[in-house]
Design a protein around this ligand. Structure first.
Ligand SMILES: Cc1cc2nc3c(=O)[nH]c(=O)nc-3n(C[C@H](O)[C@H](O)[C@H](O)COP(=O)(O)O)c2cc1C
Length: 367
């Protein structure tokens, strides 16, 4: 499955895989795709360096990328403590109440919250880039807007392609004007932060808006047939996130969460601000219901909500409190019905793609 973009990056298949787990990213790259490691959970540079060292050793010299979350709106000169101080007491009480209602135990004395999204702070994302630029990363992607001009210039100086996610043609055009090389058109169905336009409508709009820049179709892709659809809409490749969550290599560290994902249908997700303050598609749980309940205080804007709920999410994950346990995941969760290796998922995608092309030709009477 070669396209101009996959050839430019030196990969066999134009299948890009976003994942927060180094073992998954490396396995996608080894299978012939392009693994992209999500950096948002890395607070300290050393941890990212350790995992990039590991990626280097486990990718057989094949290319991989890094994804950071640098919000377009800057939060400058404000520390994490300053932001914490802006959180209203009412919201803190609501978190405590919701946890108590479900009997969620406290963390042990002095135990740090493991779930902490600090990567959205520009200074943290920049420190991640300082680390990443010492590695042969081939593509740098940004989740929430075009990266600042100096970051784009630093990447280009090193021969790194710069990509960004877009949920609308307007966002995509902004990326093109900011000098980016690749746009990921991410539809409403996708796991994680997502806009309101479905992939079927979004992909061709973005392709047209940024022409001749290459576009990757993202959101709701979990089969070779869906990959063929993305290419038919004008994309030069596809970008998949959810499908890897139930692979053997994924380090979810929660049998209960994996079981929930495997059991969920395509209607069991919700686009909610419960986790980060921005609409993000995730499993629908008692936690998202509580935040989306009009009787409650409702979520705070990003970045406040992420800080507010960090410890609560850690506690829910650690003690696997089933009704509240969730994760970002897209509607494609309905297809995730067994735990398989990344290689098995990947081979299924490439085989399915060939089948889909044959089928289209057959249906259209071309063979
Ligand atoms: C668990 C999870 C975490 C995600 N975190 C990020 C992130 O940190 N940065 C980012 O650019 N996209 C993130 N995404 C979105 C993916 O990059 C991708 O666009 C999306 O998963 C594609 O749609 P799909 O979920 O239907 O495959 C995340 C997705 C999931 C499922």
């Amino acid at each position: 499955m070669k396209t101009e973009l996959s050839t430019r990056l030196g990969v066999e298949h134009a299948i890009f895989g976003f994942t927060p787990f180094p073992a998954v990213a490396a396995a996608i790259t080894r299978a012939g795709g392009f693994g992209v490691l999500g950096a948002v959970r890395y607070a300290a540079g050393e941890d990212l360096a350790r995992d990039l060292d590991w990626m280097q050793e486990h990718t057989d010299g094949k290319p991989y990328g890094l994804d950071v979350v640098m919000p377009a709106k800057k939060v400058e000169g404000v520390s994490e403590a300053d932001i914490e101080a802006m959180i209203p007491q009412e919201h803190r009480a609501f978190v405590a109440e919701t946890l108590a209602k479900h009997g969620v135990p406290e963390l042990a004395e002095g135990e740090a919250s493991g779930w902490r999204i600090t990567g959205w702070l520009e200074q943290v994302a920049r420190s991640q880039l300082d680390v990443a630029f010492d590695y042969p990363v081939k593509l740098l992607a940004n989740a929430l807007g075009s990266p600042p001009a100096d970051v784009v210039a630093r990447a280009h100086d090193r021969g790194i392609l710069v990509a960004a996610l877009a949920g609308s043609a307007r966002h995509a055009l902004h990326h093109k004007n900011a000098g980016l090389d690749v746009v990921v058109a991410q539809g409403y169905e996708a796991g994680g932060h997502t806009g309101e336009i479905a992939s079927m409508v979004l992909t061709p709009e973005v392709v047209e808006a940024v022409d001749p820049l290459p576009v990757l179709a993202a959101g709701g892709i979990g089969s070779g047939e869906q990959i063929a659809a993305g290419l038919a809409l004008g994309a030069q490749g596809v970008w998949l996130g959810s499908i890897w969550l139930t692979t053997e290599e994924a380090e979810l560290h929660s049998a209960a969460l994996t079981a929930k994902l495997l059991a969920a249908g395509s209607g069991d997700t919700v686009r909610s601000r419960a986790l980060t303050g921005k609409p993000a598609r995730q499993l629908r749980t008692a936690w998202t219901d509580a935040w989306d309940d009009p009787q409650g205080p409702g979520p705070l804007p990003m970045p406040l909500q992420g800080l507010l709920v960090a410890e609560a999410v850690s506690r829910i994950q650690k003690y696997e409190v089933e009704p509240l346990l969730g994760t970002p995941v897209g509607q494609i969760v309905g297809r995730m019905t067994s735990t398989r290796s990344v290689r098995a998922v990947f081979d299924d995608l490439t085989r399915g793609f060939e089948r889909a092309i044959d089928r289209v030709n057959r249906i259209a009477g071309r063979d």
